[in-house]
Design a binder for this molecule. Structure first.
Ligand SMILES: *Cc1c(COP(=O)(O)O)cnc(C)c1O
Length: 396
């Protein structure tokens, strides 16, 4: 019997690397935002088993604190393993049956993503649209519900691509009256701006860990109310996505604790700490802090002669779109902020590409110090990027 002969090990892909050394950036863009130091410490703890009774207890704490943060009693409130888009997909995957009419109210980039996903689950997707920087009126929504009679209305609360906060008054009531589920994207609002899932009669919601919650990316909070649960339980076929199937996940997050997939335990350590810190601060205080700091940013930018893209009454405290002045190379300025000052600011997406900067003040990053630091840089450094400025100043 001859021993099997192994081929020689190839060293083609064997990089010889130094230990990781990432810079400490200040992330004032559309996300991720900086994580709270306490959250980072929690992430580096030794993992425990995902069926360990202590972990099971922690799961309950995360669920309960998510309910507080969302102001909901929804039993099915869990962090999906994956980023916000995984939780977004979970809301649709579990409730959409082929041929269901899904109405997506699109006023920015993430509305388009919802429409794309709903189509992949074979929904009959219909859309209404507003220009990037505007919100929907109750009347427009009602007209669309009457015209299309959808099974689900999907809308984004805080549009990170435009900096618009959709007013929610009355939308939930309309959806009940027209027998339709209300699906709300709360990715850039959770933990940072007033949000009341139950009082607003929201049936399905999702968010992410890396914006208002001061965690790194990796978890997507998900919540499903009783009306959405009834639709899911009445489906003809299986949920067409195994990983995000809430009927299966419920056996792990519910009382059975049956293995489905290995929970990212350390991410949930971080989430637990992030939510604990938020509960300690109190939701009203966190919401106030975000509004105060955003208002300071807005008035500071305006006093520098810069124009904000969104009218004051629709402005989103977590994300501000600032029009890039005529003659300024917006990309060059944000690269300069990143390379010289370690500060990330976002650029425009879609209809706003090249037209705005996107400044995020989310979670741990929403502080008067960060506002002050950024305003000082806009005041002192931006003039060199104006077309009329001497070239030497721009490269200094
Ligand atoms: C960031 C974001 C998402 C997607 O979340 P990921 O964590 O990037 O997957 C969805 N909706 C909105 C409004 C967002 O800002």
């Amino acid at each position: 019997m001859s021993a099997s002969v192994l081929p020689p090990v190839s060293t083609t892909h064997r990089l010889g690397l130094d230990p990781i050394a990432t810079p400490d950036r200040l992330l004032l863009g559309p996300g991720p935002s900086n994580a709270h130091p306490t959250v980072l410490q929690a992430l580096s703890r030794t993992p425990i088993g995902h069926l360990d009774p202590l972990y099971v207890e922690l799961m309950g704490e995360v669920q309960e604190l998510l309910r507080y943060t969302w102001q909901t009693d929804n039993r099915l409130t869990i962090p999906m393993s994956g980023t916000g888009s995984a939780a977004m997909e979970a809301t649709l995957a579990n409730t959409v049956e082929p041929g269901d009419k899904v109405l997506v109210a699109i006023k920015g980039y993430f509305g388009h993503r919802l429409a794309d996903m709903a189509g992949r689950y074979r929904a009959d997707v219909v859309t209404i649209e507003r220009p990037w920087g505007e919100a929907f009126s109750l009347d427009e929504i009602e007209q669309a519900l009457i015209t299309h009679k959808p099974a689900i209305l999907a809308i984004v609360h805080a549009e990170t691509s435009t900096g618009v906060l959709q007013p929610m008054d009355g939308i939930g009531d309309l959806c009940r009256r027209h027998d339709c589920l209300l699906l709300l994207d709360t990715v850039t609002s959770l933990g940072a701006v007033p949000l009341f899932l139950d009082a607003w009669k929201v049936d399905l919601a999702y968010s992410c860990s890396q914006k208002g919650l001061s965690c790194p990316p990796g978890l997507g909070p998900f919540s499903m109310g009783p009306r959405a649960e009834a639709k899911m339980m009445g489906r003809q076929g299986k949920v067409p996505n195994w990983y995000l199937d809430v009927t299966l996940l419920n056996q792990y997050w519910g009382t059975d604790r049956t293995y489905h997939h290995t929970a990212p335990v350390n991410m949930n350590f971080g989430m637990r700490e992030a939510l604990r810190l938020l509960a300690e601060e109190g939701l009203e205080n966190a919401w106030d802090r975000h509004r105060r700091n955003a208002e300071a940013l807005w008035s500071g930018l305006e006093s520098l002669g810069l124009e904000l893209h969104v009218p004051a009454e629709l402005r989103l405290p977590t994300l501000t779109t600032v029009r890039i002045p005529e003659g300024v190379d917006g990309k060059a300025f944000s690269l300069y902020l990143l390379n010289k000052h370690g500060i990330e600011v976002g650029g425009g997406l879609g209809a706003l590409a090249g037209k705005v900067w996107r400044i995020g003040l989310m979670g741990y990053n929403s502080t008067p110090e960060n506002v002050e630091r950024l305003l000082t840089l806009f005041a002192t450094e931006l003039p060199a990027f104006r077309a009329s400025a001497p070239v030497a100043a721009a490269v200094a």
